[in-house]
Design a protein around this ligand. Structure first.
Ligand code: WQD
Length: 338
């Protein structure tokens, strides 16, 4: 059977997608350099699925490494998760982000072309909508320069894919624009484990819940939202992972094309909605203080999920309660295993 190459498959979203691919009977190959992931995740993917797979430890920006993989394996499609994703860090290190994310994608696509592998799924982000002046994002809205170098790498790669398809319509490409991925697999053995002090809301709440951070700083409560705090579209990572399986099915069954989909729930929740739900579901107090707005933050945005529903059959199943329960379940497992 032809295989699916998953770059960054040991990472947060990559590992959850590999679980769904293996459970669906797909054969996969993972390449990962462990720059933002751990080897134990590979064992945990095998433990969850009771399936095995080929793994290459390496950097997807390295052409020789990619050539070796494509020369020695019959690859049908590629899902590209590999890339740096810390918004704040990207402001400090723009060159590293452009080299890793953009040059990496270019190298990968060039090697795919050489080996005539033309099915490609790109891990994109709602950040490519920039600040469109509306709250409900739809795919037909134009791609903007990102609000950070990280976001701009995502916009640049989407533009590259657009030009690539226009030049050669034998490519078959899906860009998936993630909203806010959160949560963890119900097994509690794979999840998001950011290094150091988390930037994102849910990992930060998990650290406060575990006592390793004292309180949450809520970045502003004077936005034009129901309770004044920021509103986002939080999508459970297992729902997100299943969206990739549907995208792969789309590539298997559709004419060649360039397909773009939002992956979100279509519902926005505020920071305080998350805090209160996390406290209720897990019976844990999350101390917080209201501080200044974080520069660059928008008040409110969430997905219009219509196109993914109509064309992929994508519909999120997990609730905000599931997200909070699964996040804490994973955090407890990390605490117990460290
Ligand atoms: C969510 C809300 C904050 C932390 C980012 C990236 C985006 C995507 C998802 C990759 C906002 C508030 C947060 C905290 C807080 N990543 N907040 N205190 O900024 O919506 O999106 O992650 O594709 O590209 O930009 O996510 O979790 O950082 O913030 O009050 O300690 O929580 O103001 O309203 P964001 P986030």
């Amino acid at each position: 059977m032809k295989k699916i190459l998953v770059t960054g498959g040991a990472g947060y979203i990559g590992s959850h997608t590999c679980v769904e691919l293996l459970n669906a009977g797909r054969e996969i190959i993972i390449i990962d350099n462990f720059s933002n992931s751990k080897p134990k995740t590979l064992d945990n993917i095998k433990k969850i699925t009771n399936k095995d797979f080929k793994f290459y430890e390496g950097d997807y920006t390295n052409r020789e490494t990619l050539e070796e993989i494509f020369k020695n394996n019959d690859i049908d499609a590629v899902i590209n998760f590999a890339g740096y994703k810390a918004v704040g860090e990207s402001v400090q290190k723009p060159l590293e982000y452009y080299i890793n994310n953009v040059t990496g994608a270019l190298t990968l696509l060039d090697v795919m072309k050489k080996y005539n592998v033309k099915k490609f799924i790109f891990s994109s982000s709602a950040t490519i909508y920039g600040n469109p002046g509306t709250t409900k994002y739809v795919e037909s809205m134009e791609i903007k320069r990102g609000t950070s170098p990280y976001g701009t790498t995502k916009s640049m790669i989407e533009i590259i894919l657009d030009d690539l398809y226009k030049s050669d319509n034998t490519w078959n490409i899906v860009s998936l624009r993630y909203f806010n991925p959160v949560g963890a697999h119900s097994s509690g053995i794979i999840g998001e484990e950011p290094q150091g002090i988390p930037n994102n809301l849910m990992p930060y709440i998990q650290k406060v819940a575990s006592g390793s951070l004292s309180e949450l700083s809520v970045f502003g409560d004077d936005y034009d939202t129901p309770d004044g705090t920021g509103v986002r579209d939080y999508i459970h990572v297992v729902d997100l992972a299943k969206g990739h399986l549907l995208a792969l099915n789309k590539l298997d069954t559709s004419d060649n094309g360039l397909y773009i989909y939002n992956l979100g729930t279509g519902t926005g929740y505020s920071v305080l909605d998350i805090v209160k739900t996390f406290e209720k579901v897990n019976n844990i107090k999350i101390p917080y203080k209201i501080v200044e707005r974080r520069p660059g933050d928008l008040a409110c945005y969430y997905a219009d999920p219509t196109k993914a529903r109509e064309e992929l059959g994508f519909k999120t199943e997990k609730t905000l309660e599931d997200i909070c329960r699964d996040s804490w379940n994973y955090q407890k497992n990390i605490l117990n295993s460290d």
